[in-house]
Design a protein around this ligand. Structure first.
Ligand code: UT7
Length: 329
């Protein structure tokens, strides 16, 4: 059987750093509240004119270079995002033009779980023989959708992009994947206006309906229930158990979520990766950015078993178990 293996990893972050103290000049909040409730100290913001596809293109070029491939070697591009440059065309098409790809390109929208869904799509394409080299990007600029007068959300998010090159290989690679969605409660985390239900109007703008709105406590409860469950299912599909995991790499939304998940899975906290302190919640980008951090800091070894686990609006969730096959940097 043909498997999908990660052969390239890349990341791209906007230059602008925004600290908790910076945000405290915009809304009634404090560095202390943000750090103790979320673990976040600073995050990156796109600058005026910088877009999700710019971030994605930067991460893609880095992943291609890491894999030692040219754009012409890629036969499918999948971009996971929920802050597309525009409703159409897809962000994937815009990235494609920026980096000179010629292959089919499309977006996957599963909010913060988008990268795991995109990995599933890429793996399926490779395992079925429909593609041999797939570029997968998680890119988001959610700070463009956030209401900077709403302290419940504006302190959480940062912008960035990460990318993987997945290639056909004899051994895995990507092992088991578990995906799920429950569309019965869209209002828990949504951007209500700007689509076909509520096209942009003066009223929707006045009512702030183009901004991201979230019931934080509901998402928190959902996350700490769902991450352990989907991780266990994906491990079972891989014939592995929690004890086999080298790293749990969850979507970076809140340090308290990561700590609770570690306790519930009885994993030592140091095996649950976190970089939320410096990046905040970068949505679809957080998982590939986390893998990139581990990889470039020399903390991944051939044979390591990683659980990449996402959750977010939809509600959606998913986990992909990966055996790390790249040589050390
Ligand atoms: O990738 C998408 C996923 N999103 C998430 O995973 C978010 C999950 N949820 C969370 O991370 C947490 O629920 C939050 C960080 C969003 C909120 O933390 P919390 O401990 O659940 O706080 P809370 O909503 O219960 O609010 C507690 C208090 C409230 O004040 P009162 O009503 O007790 O007087 C809030 O108004 O904290 C207040 N508050 C703030 N205070 C200072 C809320 N946001 C802020 C803030 N600064 N930024």
């Amino acid at each position: 059987m043909t498997h999908a293996a990660i052969t390239g990893v890349g990341a791209f972050l906007p230059e602008r750093i925004v600290t908790n103290d910076d945000l405290a000049t915009m809304v009634e909040t404090s560095d202390e509240w943000i750090r103790t409730r979320t673990g976040i100290r600073e995050r990156r913001f796109v600058s005026e004119g910088e877009t999700t596809s710019d971030l994605g293109a930067g991460a893609a070029l880095a992943a291609l270079a890491d894999a030692g491939l040219e754009p012409s070697d890629i036969d499918l591009l999948v971009v996971g995002t929920s802050s597309p440059d525009m409703i159409m065309p897809s962000t994937a098409c815009l990235v494609q033009a920026k980096i000179g790809l010629t292959c089919p390109a499309f977006d996957v929208m599963a909010a913060c779980t988008s990268f795991i869904y995109a990995i599933h799509t890429a793996t399926t394409a490779i395992e079925s023989g429909r593609a041999r080299r797939v570029l997968v990007i998680g890119a988001d600029a959610l700070t463009r959708l956030v209401d900077f007068s709403d302290r419940r959300t504006c302190v959480l998010f940062g912008d960035g992009a990460g990318a993987f090159v997945l290639e056909a290989s004899e051994g895995p690679g990507v092992l088991g994947i578990d995906l799920g969605s429950d569309g019965s409660r869209p209002e828990v985390l949504q951007v209500a206006a700007g689509g076909a239900t509520m096209p942009a109007s003066i009223q929707t703008v006045e009512d702030g309906l183009h901004f991201l709105s979230m019931n934080g406590q509901e998402v928190f409860k959902f996350a700490v229930r769902t991450i352990p469950a989907t991780t266990k299912k994906a491990l079972a599909a891989s014939d592995l158990s929690i004890d086999d995991l080298t790293w749990l790499i969850p979507h970076q939304a809140n340090q308290r979520i990561l700590d609770t998940v570690a306790d519930r899975l009885k994993l030592p906290h140091e095996r649950v990766f976190s970089n939320i302190e410096l990046l905040g919640n970068t949505s679809a980008a957080s998982i590939p950015l986390a893998v990139n951090d581990l990889y470039t800091s020399g903390n991944l070894r051939q044979g390591d078993v990683l659980a990449l686990v996402g959750f977010g609006a939809g509600l959606t969730w998913g986990a992909a178990i990966v055996r790390w096959t790249k040589e050390d940097l």
